[in-house]
Design a protein around this ligand. Structure first.
Ligand SMILES: [Zn+2]
Length: 1082
């Protein structure tokens, strides 16, 4: 017991410490991707580049301090060792023992045990509801011709009859809002200080002056900061405003997240953070989502808001042609249904704003010249004016009638785009309502207009300030009133990418911009998740051991402050150094490596650590020697250091321990090397390693493992062919690199927009690259060093998941380039035609169609975690460890933009080009799978990855985390730890096990996702030790030494109790479902 507790104290706390840091960094990153409206102040962004530079400098400094920090960690563990010694052989030591299978490799089943019922979900055909709209069909239908629509430039003339509202008046809800972008940390503080706090302070005063006034607020990061700085009296005033319905919190996330690049883990996490804050401090449960600024919208966000218990949502940045079409069909208000939902359980009521922007000129009606005159912040004499050159007028008794007529005309025209006579009109912009004067200008002038409207029944209008939920309440009443059955709203399925705001200005650049941070973000997520889960388990174990006061002790906290820095560094290392390896250095003082498996299935994977000697052996904690490979780390032409790779088996969410020792004989095998350079002599000799001379430098080079064989060109080192050993089939898969330039016209590519100068030009290096071939017992690889890319293809010599895919790593450096973007292109012999598939937020697959009627840049889509293409016999999947933009411009071809360097702003508010490029390491796995042939396969909006693809993606995004532990013989007996009774079912992902600290008793949010998967792909030789169970988990069999004291099904972010198929004894999930359970671990 003691041993368990102590070990957990250190591991749990150490990793927990990273939580705070990770959250901070992740928040930073989400803000990076989230930019300004076209109209809003450029000033927000001005500080960003210098802050980015500071941040990079800081990361680089941290990297330089690495050795010192590693030493600190080692010291921590030496101290830990003393504690652990005390507790050896305690009564519960069995809990730290073997786990469900022995150390030595077992033979996994040849074919995954998948319940045949679990295959039915993905086999289902898509059926469109009667009043349904499928976005893929809309894309087929539209011409994307962009004619001039008159005053509503991207739309059409709207006309109405004067008497249309005679029987039922127009109900107008004017919704005051202020969009507050959380900047970078310093900018966040600056903007809080200069603007946001004044908005909120004035809000309390100005809403209290008149109970008819309303306001909505979204960004909890700002709201929480303000809350910490106000006194109880003001807090009570805010609570009263909420209770009276004058202030509404919308969405309630920590930020308004980007919906293209963010992974669903991060989307859920920031939503949960905001909702938990609201519950604790304000007692508020948001009902309506408000997303006016993300550049394109994902159905994943709709699903998550639905699961969180929200009833309605609003979106804004949608392709102008789609908006126009939806307006003409009166489908701007709809139930957004997930493609994969066989019924209507995911339906989310959604309002799409019809016009160009969320500012006042583009929200009161179709004519911005008129609407601008009703933005009273732009009254003459103020700092902002109307670009249409007709200023607003203060409303007086003299002009009120005429101004009402003007405004009502716009309201009526806008109302014609919707099915009901209830109209929503936003009133706000970026960082609005900072000054008391602005509140008076807007609220007093509008109140005069409303008073006039409401006191003239012949106008047939009822106008008022409202919150967004006030509006949706009225809409529901009107649309769903039994007397109005004909007004029922349509059902829409699909996504709203790729966004264009005008002309050919497609926002596909930001899918890739700053890939360094996109990779960093994914690493942070993986560590944060691991930390959350371990901390929850540690806390429960400590409490079970009856030692809650010792956790965390002052002493361990001091040590762990250093561990926090170190673990923070672990997160940055990959991205900065571009090596793609965990930086664990094994030196003479080290004897053990503790390895954490962040995945929820028992796992066999390769771990690599740096060692300072090639003479080393690896044993399991039970002293069984295991195969290992020592390879050279090629810093330049000659080797500077060595690394050790070995195959480990670690229990689900558990810890494995491996011992390292010096071995002059019979230790790890050294890798063998071969260097090629066409037309050039290369003679190398490296201490400790065998370097062979090529027999013939025109024969393709080849590497293989138990599942695959790869042939690469001897000239470029790039892959040309791939063979599946499963059936002996060979496929042509050619890897190439290509450059995009930017157009010569006035508007050029920038951080958001991709405006290429035509098709890509193939990358051709000035001189033949050096090709290095590594062959070893644990992995083999081919590395080519070009001027701008170091490209590595690696095969792991293991049975199972890691052996089934080709690992691809590109270390990209385009810092010397001018207006260029570099792409990796995979050209295969698959007959995929114009179809391909990308994921949305790592959660679901969205089928895509490449269309000649759209410009090249419109055919790029966000790839958060994977993209694939297929024909009747084969599927080729590129799994990605970072979000990037991807396309399939020709049949059989898949390409990914790796990095972008752009020398100018694209006029979307950033005010800068993209010139802060870092050497960026992008990681992928390439998976080729056999498909069961389907005759007459019709294009469908439904597709799912295979189980192997899901697990490979999980392995890629959640690598094993090795930690070096310094031990002296006999003084410490760390052994493996298996917190789960067994692997979770193959299709169940534990999204998080997050401790909730607001309760008297500690509880945790257990968030589970049941993945949808396609059984029509081969699942042989996956090496997985899991099965599927129709989405059911027996709760008493979940943990090995903990019990679920209580379990309650709740909404995604714990705001509501829910009723579902789950009980105390059994958790049950439907395919694709993400659900949260409030659990008590005892
Ligand atoms: Zn914004």
């Amino acid at each position: 017991m003691m041993k368990l507790s102590r070990q957990f104290t250190v591991f749990g706390s150490a990793i927990f410490c990273v939580v705070v840091f990770s959250l901070y960094l992740m928040l930073d990153h989400l803000q990076l991707d989230h930019t300004k409206s076209p109209n809003g102040g450029d000033r927000l962004q001005n500080g960003q580049l210098s802050i980015l530079q500071d941040k990079i400098d800081r990361l680089e400094r941290l990297l330089a301090e690495n050795n010192e920090i590693i030493a600190n960690i080692r010291d921590s563990v030496i101290n830990l060792k003393e504690s652990v010694k005390d507790g050896r052989g305690g009564p519960d030591s069995g809990n730290m023992s073997q786990g469900p299978y022995p150390d030595l490799l077992v033979s996994p089943p040849l074919v995954l045990p998948i319940d045949s019922q679990d295959c039915q979900f993905a086999a289902r055909q898509f059926s469109k509801p009667a009043d349904g709209v499928q976005l893929l069909d809309v894309y087929d239908l539209l011409t994307f011709d962009n004619p001039d629509g008159g005053v509503w430039k991207q739309g059409f003339d709207i006309t109405y009859q004067e008497n249309e509202w005679d029987s039922e008046p127009l109900q107008v809800y004017l919704v005051p809002h202020s969009h507050n972008d959380p900047g970078w940390l310093k900018t966040f503080d600056d903007y809080y200080r200069d603007q946001t706090q004044h908005i909120l302070n004035n809000m309390v005063v100005k809403l209290n002056e008149d109970s008819r006034r309303k306001m909505i607020w979204s960004e909890i990061s700002y709201f929480a900061k303000w809350w910490d700085n106000i006194d109880n009296q003001k807090r009570d005033a805010v609570k009263s405003l909420v209770e009276r319905g004058q202030l509404e919190i919308t969405t309630g996330g920590w930020v308004m997240p980007d919906e293209a690049n963010s992974h669903y883990f991060a989307l859920i996490d920031q939503l949960l953070e905001g909702h938990q804050w609201l519950e604790k401090n304000l007692g508020v449960k948001p009902q309506t989502g408000w997303a006016v600024d993300p550049f394109g919208h994902s159905p994943t966000q709709a699903y998550l808001l639905k699961q969180a218990g929200l009833a309605n949502m609003l979106i804004q940045r949608v392709h102008y042609s789609i908006k126009k079409h939806f307006a003409s069909q009166k489908t701007l208000e709809f139930f957004w249904r997930q493609n994969w939902d066989p019924a209507s359980s995911t339906d989310m009521l959604c309002h799409m704003m019809p016009f160009y922007s969320y500012d006042v000129p583009h929200t009161c009606g179709p004519d911005p010249k008129v609407c601008c005159q009703f933005d009273f912040k732009r009254l003459p004499g103020g700092r902002v004016s109307c670009p249409w050159r007709i200023p607003p007028q203060p409303i007086t008794d003299v002009n009120v009638q005429q101004r009402v007529q003007m405004l009502l005309d716009q309201y009526r025209k806008k109302s014609k785009l919707f099915r009901t006579k209830v109209l929503m009109v936003p009133l706000g912009d970026d960082f609005r309502y900072t000054e008391a004067l602005e509140w008076d200008q807007q609220f007093q002038n509008y109140q005069k207009l409303f008073d006039y409207m409401n006191s003239h029944p012949e106008l047939h209008v009822k106008a008022q300030f409202g919150t967004i939920s006030d509006y949706f309440g009225a809409l529901r009443k009107s649309a769903m009133d039994p007397g109005h059955a004909s007004l029922s709203l349509p059902v829409v399925s699909g996504d709203f990418f790729t966004y264009a705001d005008r002309d050919d200005h497609y926002w596909s650049g930001y899918f890739t911009s700053r890939p360094f941070y996109k990779r960093l973000d994914r690493i942070l997520e993986s560590h944060l998740r691991g930390a959350e889960i371990l901390f929850s388990l540690a806390l429960a174990n400590i409490q079970r051991a009856g030692k809650p006061n010792g956790f965390p002790s002052v002493e361990s906290y001091r040590l762990l402050t250093e561990a926090r820095r170190n673990l923070g560094l672990f997160q940055h290392h990959d991205a900065i150094a571009g090596t793609g390896k965990e930086l664990v250095v094994i030196d003479y003082g080290t004897r053990s490596v503790v390895i954490y498996n962040p995945t929820e299935q028992d796992r066999m994977s390769v771990v690599t650590v740096y060692v300072n000697t090639p003479h080393v052996r690896v044993d399991t904690s039970h002293s069984h020697p295991i195969p290992a490979q020592v390879s050279a780390v090629w810093d330049d032409a000659t080797t500077a250091s060595t690394e050790l790779s070995f195959v480990v088996q670690v229990p689900a969410l558990g810890l494995g321990v491996y011992h390292l020792s010096k071995a002059e004989e019979g230790g790890a095998e050294t890798a063998q090397y071969l260097f090629l350079r066409q037309g050039g002599e290369l003679s190398l000799s490296v201490k400790h390693f065998t370097v062979n001379n090529p027999q013939d430098d025109t024969t393709p080079v080849s590497i293989h493992n138990p599942h695959l064989q790869v042939w690469s060109s001897a000239t470029t080192g790039l892959m040309e062919r791939l063979k599946l050993k499963e059936d002996g089939s060979e496929h042509r898969i050619k890897v190439e690199f290509a450059w995009y330039g930017t157009t010569s016209s006035r508007d050029k590519s920038g951080a958001y927009l991709f405006l290429p100068d035509g098709e890509a030009k193939m990358y051709s290096p000035a001189q033949s690259p050096v090709i290095r071939v590594t062959k070893g017992s644990v992995f083999s690889e081919i590395t080519t060093t070009f001027d701008h890319v170091t490209h590595t293809l690696r095969l792991y010599n293991v049975q199972g998941v890691d052996g089934q895919a080709v690992e691809i790593c590109n270390s990209v450096d385009i810092r010397g380039e001018f207006n260029r973007e570099i792409a990796m292109r995979l050209t295969s012999d698959l007959d995929s035609k114009d179809r391909f598939f990308t994921d949305l937020n790592g959660f679901q697959i969205q089928p895509r169609r490449t269309m000649a009627k759209l410009p090249l840049q419109a055919n790029f889509y966000p790839m958060t975690s994977m993209a694939y293409l297929q024909d009747s016999g084969t599927r080729m999947t590129l799994l990605s460890a970072q979000s990037l933009g991807s396309a399939s411009l020709k049949s059989g071809q898949l390409e990914v933009i790796m990095d972008r360097r752009l020398n100018q702003d694209d006029n979307r508010g950033l005010g800068q080009g993209v010139l802060d490029n870092k050497v960026t390491s992008n990681s992928f796995r390439l998976l080729l799978e056999k498909r069961a042939k389907t005759d007459n396969e019709k294009p469908s909006p439904l597709s799912y990855p295979s189980m192997l693809s899901h697990v490979s993606s999980l392995y890629l995004n959640h690598p094993l985390i090795p930690m070096a532990v310094s031990t002296e013989a006999g003084s410490l007996s760390l052994t493996r730890f298996s917190p789960l009774a067994s692997s979770l079912p193959c299709d169940i992902h534990m999204v998080n096990l997050r401790t909730i600290q607001s309760k008297v008793r500690d509880e945790a949010a257990l968030i589970l996702h049941r993945k949808g998967f396609d059984c029509a792909l081969s699942n042989r030789n996956t090496g997985l030790l899991c099965a599927t169970t129709q989405g059911k988990i027996r709760t008493e069999k979940l943990f090995s030494n903990l019990r679920l004291g209580s379990i309650a099904a709740v909404s995604l972010t714990l705001m509501h109790q829910t009723e579902g198929g789950s009980s105390q004894e059994e958790i049950s999930l439907k395919p694709m479902e993400i659900s949260t359970f409030r659990v008590q671990l005892t």
